[in-house]
Design a protein around this ligand. Structure first.
Ligand code: 13P
Length: 250
């Protein structure tokens, strides 16, 4: 059985004070949520404060990105060691906003992923097609390219530590969620790629989250799909009450 995971990606929102307030409000709302794993991904500036506030609770902390080097001349970047040092244990890698804003490539995603794994971080790797790619019938091919290049060279034990987030770009921040059936179809495609590349045990154990306009109103339908193992939530994760409502989807 794959353990469901609900993660909140705060993107470029929240000061340190706002982030700490959020966690203090969230903790009692989700203290009884034993049916799933819970993650929040604050901006780097609030990472250490959130990790300290969440310590001892069932809320785990993720970075939103990671560099591939342990240290070096990379202005503005943050290394796996620094993330662990701040108290986070996961890192989101290859979010479509980074692919778009910073021209991140599948090859860079692969380098980041290997570095995160080597350092002991748990990676949440994002994949997903644009509207144009879906409209022109290329969605499955895009997932295949992102999977093949992003996960190139990984060993089976490495792959067993990865979480994938399927985030169709056209559904992010638009209020247009993929239907549960559409999401499940893409998840099944990703799972079959995992089976081909890393064997059926890894494929069965792989958690695939859906992301893109997830809200308290649509989480239940999404989680009813056996292929959907959780959610990566943007906008609706910014308020403790709506994030908690998503966590309590059952
Ligand atoms: P929204 O939930 O705001 O659509 O964002 C999804 C997302 O990009 C999470 O990483």
């Amino acid at each position: 059985m794959r353990r469901p995971l609900i993660a909140g990606n705060w993107k470029m929102y929240k000061t340190i004070g706002e982030a700490m307030d959020f966690v203090a409000r969230l903790k009692p709302l989700v203290a009884d949520a034993s049916h799933c794993e819970l993650v929040v991904a604050p901006p780097f500036t609030a990472l250490a404060a959130v990790a300290a506030t969440a310590r001892g609770s069932n809320v785990r902390v993720s970075a939103q990105d990671v560099h591939w080097d342990a240290e070096g001349a990379h202005t503005g970047d943050v290394s796996p060691r620094m993330i662990l040092d701040a108290g986070a244990t996961l890192a989101i890698i290859g979010h479509s906003e980074r692919r778009h804003d910073h021209n991140e490539t599948d090859e860079q995603v692969n380098r980041k992923l290997r570095a995160a794994l080597a350092a002991g971080l748990e990676p949440i790797v994002c994949v997903g097609e644009t509207f144009e790619e879906r409209e022109t019938g290329r969605a499955a091919a895009v997932l295949e390219r992102q999977f093949t290049n992003g996960f190139r060279g990984l060993t089976s034990p490495d792959f067993s530590r990865i979480i994938i987030a399927y985030e169709p770009v056209w559904a992010i921040g638009t209020g247009r969620t993929a239907t549960p059936e559409m999401a499940a179809e893409s998840h099944a495609k990703l799972r079959s790629l995992a089976r081909e590349g890393f064997g059926s045990e890894n494929a069965e154990g792989l958690r695939i989250l859906y992301g893109g306009s997830v809200k308290p109103e649509n989480i239940r339908g999404l989680m009813a799909q056996p292929e959907i193992d959780g959610a990566l939530v943007g906008g609706a994760s910014l308020m403790a009450e709506s994030f908690a409502a998503i966590v309590h989807y059952r």
